[in-house]
Ligand binder design. Sequence first.
Ligand SMILES: *Cc1c(COP(=O)(O)O)cnc(C)c1O
Length: 370
Amino acid sequence: MNVPFLDLKAINQDCREKLIQAMTDVLDSGWYIQGQKLSEFERKFAEYCGTKFCLGVANGLDALTLTLRAWKTMGKLKSGDEVIVPANTYIASILAVTENDLVPVLVEPNDETFNLCPENVKRAITPRTRVMLPVHLYGQLADMPELMAIASEHNLLVLEDSAQSHGAQIDGRKSGSWGDASGFSFYPGKNLGALGDAGAITTNDPELYEVLKALRNYGSHEKYKNIYQGVNSRLDEIQAAILSVKLEVLDGQTTHRQKIANIYLGNIKNDTIKLPLAISSAQHVWHLFVIRSSHRQALQKFLMDNGVQTLIHYPIPPHKQDAYPTLKSLELPVTERMHEQVLSLPMGPTLSVEEALYVAQVCNRFVGKS
Ligand SMILES: *Cc1c(COP(=O)(O)O)cnc(C)c1O
């Protein structure tokens, strides 16, 4: 059997007719930027997340970068302020910080959940700390009740990186509704994916919303009147229309991901493989199903030889990237070990039960070699 890591083509075939209709509507409307389809998607996604506002932007990186930039514009942040980020995140979270001339403070994550560890956050706070940036990695929310309490005690702004956690919740409260603002990515492979690049910011803060609305559009609320030095980061009508169609099937797809995750959790039994910890399996949205093995290379090859495609998220931690020479001397053993051991199994809304059982069976046949 051949099991692909993620079959994007199959995922999008599921709502093919509706997608074609949505694209045709935009084509025939003659309006392609900042129109009705965008405001419709923004309204629906804000409602989905449980926030007052949603603002579409060009991609997930821009969602994070522009929010920090807006806080600078509003006088809430200044160059050199410190932002606490999990050391094992995807590099985009850190690029958003450094792009704004802010200082990323890399904190070791919880070794079981891959998410920000509240104790380590407390230890990292200095008089210059102004923002906490929890990343809900792989689809599970960080410990938001605890992290929000720390943020409020130390008067920190909270920017959630929700790029991997559309619809994930704790106590019925969704990703994107916990912090002062949240950045989402709709990159095609994300749980809610466009047919190209797209992103959004959610917030309950009307002032932030107004500033962001101008920043994404050349710093302008009114045509040819520029109040900020803004950028062009708009979510175009075609992608917005596509996202509205796909938002309708998101919860059903999440339920399917949870079913696949439960098959893996219940059927993979191999002492050399560590399964991910789901605080509550029903609220984890399983963007990725990440196992750990101290024999990762051999395991990945064994799976490949048996037709199972896997990926590594991520092979190199941000502080070891050439892009950040000044971070290279940091010692972050928990993070470094994660990057040596993590392996993502096939996961997605079109993966079948038979395929998942086959993947589990192949995992169980693997004999760890040192
Ligand atoms: C995908 C991703 C981003 C960036 O999203 P883009 O739309 O690709 O710019 C940011 N943070 C995390 C954790 C991501 O997984």
